[in-house]
Write a protein that binds this ligand. Structure first.
Ligand SMILES: NC(=O)c1ccc[n+]([C@@H]2O[C@H](COP(=O)([O-])OP(=O)(O)OC[C@H]3O[C@@H](n4cnc5c(N)ncnc54)[C@H](O)[C@@H]3O)[C@@H](O)[C@H]2O)c1
Length: 352
């Protein structure tokens, strides 16, 4: 493989992926195609922006002429598709944007692949998706690759629609595809509207720590570079036409996550953990809030030998340290439009 277009490479997972693999894979040309929405931040890529095997194109994936021009210019072997509207709470306020980008943008990319590759099975489209497409689990059980889709939020419904489109292009047109459904990621460079960075920054500033409902909802957490490594392995060795579930085997209730953050920030800043735990406030539950997500990742583990390397404790420690040390990055992403949104939605927040 020589040329990979990475959509959404300036976002949280995409920028971690590019930082990791642009430096390690000098023989691969990575082209980051990103519109730079509020969630895309060029500062996240400063370590690699001058690398010879890295290029950036500020392009909206919904703009078919612009995407076609990128395909013609670079003649990619693979599309790694991260770009999306990704915040569940925003999808409840503005669902249309999610369908425009997550469904319309994905359709546009698939059409470009079909036109450009014309059945060449060496090239493929890797679609990055979420475990939220499967809906909610009770106290027990796991999502497998065979679990029926049952999305609850406009975000997860839009991701489910895009997953179906990707598979339909495989069955109908023979387009070579791979698909991953991953659990909640955390780590450096995550936009601070998501649970873990929001709670870290609020705890540092002594602000309330709003937790939805009774805090007993369960998520399966995965450190972001473990997700990136799973994707790389699937790009290299995963079977075409297959879906792989990726997860951390690390179930936590939201309240346990927030308490762990309080303790981590307290240790790092020399404060009493109880003084930060006192900032926790339970707020009215999110509509359609799924109770539990838990991934069975045995397929990717058995077939490709992938497993997570970070424990929740080690990953959270690194994450807290990163947010405490990167004030410039935080100031930049919290300015402008996001600041306004934060003000008008102050009581609301989410974990995915
Ligand atoms: N964050 C998670 O926990 C998680 C878990 C599983 C799967 N995913 C999936 O992984 C992907 C990346 O998630 P993330 O958390 O990095 O998201 P993010 O919101 O941090 O980043 C999204 C990126 O996509 C770009 N983008 C948005 N709309 C675009 C458009 N129309 N054209 C071009 N670029 C556009 C943004 O500028 C941004 O750089 C998403 O598809 C998401 O559904 C995320």
């Amino acid at each position: 493989m020589r040329t990979i277009i990475v959509t959404g490479g300036s976002g949280f997972i995409g920028s971690n992926f590019l930082q990791r693999f642009v430096l390690r894979q000098a023989d691969v040309h990575f082209i980051n195609v990103d519109k730079l929405t509020y969630a895309g931040n060029p500062m996240s890529l400063s370590a690699i922006e001058n690398s010879e095997n890295y290029s950036f194109e500020q392009v909206d994936i919904c703009d078919s002429e612009a995407v076609t021009a990128v395909f013609q210019r670079y003649d990619p072997d693979c599309i790694l598709h991260f770009a999306a509207e990704s915040h569940v709470d925003r999808s409840i306020h503005a669902p249309r944007d999610f369908f425009t980008t997550n469904v319309g943008g994905t359709l546009n990319l698939l059409e470009c692949c079909r036109a450009h590759w014309q059945g060449d099975s060496e090239n493929f489209f890797h679609h990055v998706s979420t475990d939220e497409v499967y809906g909610s689990l009770p106290e027990d059980g796991y999502f497998t690759e065979a679990t029926p889709y049952d999305p609850s939020s406009p975000y997860s419904a839009s991701k489910a629609s895009s997953d179906h489109l990707v598979r339909a292009y495989h069955r109908t047109y023979g387009l070579a595809i791979k698909l991953t459904n991953c659990s909640n990621n955390y780590g450096p460079y995550q936009f601070p509207e998501k649970l873990i960075p929001l709670m870290i920054l609020n705890a540092v500033e002594g602000l309330p720590l709003p937790v939805y409902g009774n805090g007993k909802n369960v998520r399966d957490w995965l450190y972001v570079t473990d997700h990136c490594d799973a994707i790389w392995r699937i790009i290299q060795q995963g079977r075409v036409g297959e879906t792989y579930n990726v997860g951390g085997d690390c179930e936590k209730t939201n309240i346990d996550v927030v308490r762990a953050i309080c303790d981590g920030v307290a240790t790092a800043t020399d404060q009493e953990p109880s003084s930060l735990r006192d900032l926790i406030r339970f707020v009215p539950d999110r509509p359609g809030h799924d109770f539990r997500y838990a991934i069975d990742a045995s397929k990717v583990q058995k077939e490709l030998g992938w497993k997570p390397t970070e424990s929740f404790e080690s990953g959270l420690k690194k994450t807290v340290q990163w947010y405490l040390s990167n004030v410039d990055w935080i100031a930049k992403v919290r300015s402008g439009e996001y600041r306004e949104w934060l003000k008008s939605n102050y009581e609301e927040r989410n974990e995915g």
